[in-house]
Ligand binder design. Structure first.
Ligand SMILES: *Cc1c(COP(=O)(O)O)cnc(C)c1O
Length: 423
C-alpha cells in the first residue's frame, strides 16, 4: 500500500460483522476465565489485554497504523509528545549515562533533557546540528547511550542531515532517535536514512485539529541491542520485575517497544486514553491530504513574506536560497511542513504589535493544526532560556513562528498584510 492508502486503511481491518470504524474500547480492564490464564499474561508468556495502563486494543490499532506509516516494526502511543521523548530515551538510559542531543529542538524537550533528566543522573551534551562529523564525534563519551535530534527543528526549521547523524551515532554504538513531528511520515521517513527510533508529538499534524494531546514511539527494529550487551543492560540482561526475562532475547525486533509497554508504562503510566487515540486515528485518516495543503500554502506564504520589505528575514527550508534547501530536497522531496519563521522589521516590539493585529491567524501555544496560528517563542515556549541558550538553539528574539493552516491561502496572506501594515 502507498502511504496515502495506509493513512486510511492501516492498523485496523474488521472481520465479518465487526464495526467498519475502529471502536473505542473504553474499558480499564479485560475479563479472563481462569487465574492460570491471567498469570500467563502477567508473566509475558502470552499476549493479551488485561489492563489499559499497559495496553488497549484501540490504542494498539492506532499505534500499528503509525508504525506502518513510518515503516517501523512496532509502536506505542503515549499520553503526550513529552512522554514519548522521555520514554524513548529512558528506555535505554539510566543514572550515570549520557545523551548527545541537537541543540535545535523543541523548548520542552530542551528542558526535559537539560533539567529534569539531568536531575535523574542522565547527562546531556548539546551539539550544533550543522557541525561536521568530527565535531559531533567529540561530544561522545564512553557512557553515551543515544543521539537525539529533530528532523525539522521546532521552531528553528533546521533540516537534519540524517546520514551524518546516523553515521556518528552508529560509529559510537548507539541508536539515533529522531523527533519526526514536523514533516510527519508523509514527507519524511527517518528510518530510510539511518534513524533507529522515531518519536512524535501526535498533538501536532497527526491529530491535526488541535483537539488531542498525544505522542508515539516507533521502533525500526534495526538497532542490534545484543551487539552492545554491556551498553544496554535494560534490554540485554534479565529484568527482575518479570522473573528475569531478557527483552532482546525474548522479543527480538520488538524488544525495545515491548520493554516500554511492560516496564515503563506499567511503572510510570503515561498512557494515552482510548478516546484520544480514536480522535488521533480520525486525524491520521486525512494526514496525507492535509500535509499536501499545509506545504503548498506555506510555500506561497513564505514567498510572499520574502518579497515584502516590512519583513526582515524569512526562514522556510524550501525557499530558494535557504541554507537547508539541499537537505530538504534530499530528505523531504515532497515538502517539509507548514511552519515558517520570520522577523518583522523593528525587532521584538514590532513582532508583538504585528501578532496583536492578526485576525484570522490566532495567537496560541500550538503549532501544526488546520487553523493558521502564530507564536513568539522567545516569550513563550522558550521563555526559560537565557539569550545565550536561545542563540544556541538558533532562535532570535524577534522570531515569529507562523503555522500555516489549510484555509484558502489568499485569506491567510490578506491577514498577514493588514497586520504588517499596523506595525
Ligand atoms: C509539541 C512538541 C513536542 C511535545 O509534545 P506534546 O504533545 O506537547 O507533549 C515535542 N516535539 C516537538 C517537535 C513538538 O512540536
Amino acid at each position: 500500500m502507498k502511504i496515502d492508502t495506509k493513512c486510511v486503511q492501516a492498523g485496523y481491518t474488521p472481520k465479518s460483522g465487526e464495526p467498519r470504524v475502529l471502536p473505542i474500547v473504553q474499558s480499564t480492564t479485560f475479563r479472563y476465565g481462569s487465574s492460570a490464564e491471567m498469570a500467563k499474561l502477567f508473566d509475558l508468556e502470552q499476549d493479551g489485554y488485561f489492563y489499559t495502563r499497559l495496553a488497549n486494543p484501540t490504542n494498539d490499532a492506532v499505534a500499528a497504523k503509525i508504525a506502518a506509516l513510518e515503516g517501523g516494526v512496532m509502536a506505542v502511543l503515549t499520553g503526550s509528545g513529552q512522554a514519548a521523548t522521555f520514554f524513548s530515551l529512558f528506555n535505554i538510559c539510566q543514572a550515570g549515562d549520557h545523551i548527545v542531543a541537537s541543540a535545535a529542538i523543541y523548548g520542552g524537550t530542551y528542558n526535559l533533557l537539560a533539567v529534569t533528566m539531568s536531575r535523574m543522573g542522565i547527562e546531556v551534551t548539546f551539539v550544533d546540528p550543522d557541525w561536521d562529523a568530527d565535531r559531533l564525534q567529540a561530544a561522545f563519551r564512553p557512557n553515551t547511550k543515544a543521539m537525539f535530534a529533530e528532523s525539522v527543528a521546532n521552531p528553528a526549521l533546521i533540516v537534519l542531515d540524517f546520514e551524518k547523524f546516523a553515521a556518528v551515532a552508529h560509529a559510537n554504538g548507539v541508536p539515533l532517535v529522531v523527533d519526526n513531528t514536523f514533516p510527519t511520515p508523509i514527507n519524511c521517513r527517518p528510518f530510510d536514512f539511518g534513524a533507529d527510533i522515531v518519536i512524535h508529538s501526535t498533538t501536532k499534524y497527526m491529530d491535526g485539529h488541535a483537539t488531542t494531546i498525544g505522542g508515539v514511539v516507533v521502533d525500526s527494529g534495526n538497532f542490534d541491542w545484543m551487539a552492545h550487551p554491556d551498553a544496554f543492560p535494560g534490554l540485554t540482561t534479565p529484568d527482575p520485575s518479570y522473573h528475569g526475562i531478557v527483552y532482546a532475547e525474548k522479543f527480538g525486533k520488538e524488544a525495545y517497544i515491548r520493554k516500554i509497554v511492560v516496564q515503563l508504562m506499567r511503572d510510570l503510566g503515561a498512557v494515552q486514553s482510548p478516546v484520544n487515540a480514536f480522535y488521533l486515528n480520525a486525524g491520521l485518516d486525512t494526514l496525507a491530504l492535509r500535509m499536501e495543503r499545509h506545504c503548498r500554502n506555506a510555500e506561497t506564504v513564505a514567498n510572499y513574506l520574502a518579497g515584502d520589505d516590512r519583513v526582515s528575514w524569512v526562514n522556510y527550508p524550501t525557499l530558494p536560497g535557504s541554507r537547508y534547501e539541499a537537505l530538504a530536497k534530499k530528505y523531504m522531496p515532497n515538502g517539509t511542513c507548514g511552519v515558517i519563521s520570520f522577523g518583522v522589521k523593528g525587532g521584538r516590539e514590532a513582532a508583538e504589535r504585528f501578532m496583536d493585529a492578526l485576525r484570522l491567524a490566532a495567537l496560541v501555544t500550538h503549532v501544526a493544526d488546520v487553523r493558521t496560528c502564530v507564536l513568539h517563542p522567545a516569550s513563550t515556549t522558550h521563555r526559560q532560556m537565557t539569550n545565550g541558550q536561545l542563540a544556541e538553539c538558533k532562535i532570535s528574539p524577534d522570531l515569529v513562528r507562523l503555522s500555516v493552516g489549510i484555509e484558502d491561502v489568499s485569506d491567510i496572506i490578506a491577514d498577514l498584510d493588514q497586520a504588517l501594515s499596523k506595525v
